[in-house]
Design a protein around this ligand. Structure first.
Ligand code: NAG
Ligand code: NAG
Ligand code: NAG
Length: 152
């Protein structure tokens, strides 16, 4: 006959194994890499466009995506100024923000690929800066060099 002690030992073993599987599964989920589409648009109407896909771990900041993109393709080079709230992007791909003409880089957080025929509006601007954006699967990130009008 199997003693109750053996049974509880077996159950303990089973639950430990189950627990381990759950832990491994959730770790796999967290370290899962995602391909983040990152598009550049220049001017309105857009006369320069480029998209790159950057493989990063889930929940990486968009700023880290930008650093990675820059390593993959030098066109994605940028300059940033650090503030209390995070990094402020003032130049990408050689396009420097122009205070006089009020042309800046605007970051859009989109649920689909940006479409020039139906460009995103002010409601699709990211409410937070690049250091605070946590990239998610299925999102498309657009940096658009454009005039301040229609952006607020
Ligand atoms: C793109 O548009 C800007 C602003 O309208 C203009 O100054 C520039 O010459 C254009 N560039 C090209 C390559 O068409
Ligand atoms: C994403 O990372 C931040 C900062 O490390 C953390 O506070 C947050 O809980 C993470 N979110 C998810 C869904 O993992
Ligand atoms: C940054 O990108 C622009 C546009 O492609 C290019 O002209 C410039 O040389 C690049 N700068 C660096 C440092 O790679």
């Amino acid at each position: 006959m199997i003693s109750p002690l053996k049974i509880s030992g077996y159950l303990l073993f089973l639950s430990t194994v189950t627990c381990l599987v759950v832990v491994l599964k959730s770790e796999a989920k967290q370290s899962k890499t995602i391909n983040v589409p990152y598009t550049l648009w220049v001017y309105t109407p857009v006369n320069y466009s480029k998209t790159i896909k950057v493989a990063v771990p889930f929940n990486t900041t968009f700023y880290d995506v930008m650093l990675q993109a820059q390593l993959q393709d030098p066109v994605y080079n940028f300059t940033a100024t650090p503030y209390d709230w995070g990094m402020y992007i003032d130049q990408i791909a050689g396009y420097q923000q122009n205070n006089e003409k009020e042309i800046y880089w605007w970051i859009y957080d989109l649920d689909c690929k940006p479409d020039m025929k139906n460009p995103p509006d002010v409601n699709q601007l990211s409410p937070v800066g690049v250091s605070e954006i946590r990239v998610k699967k299925g999102r498309h990130y657009l940096f658009w060099y454009r005039h301040i009008e229609n952006t607020h």
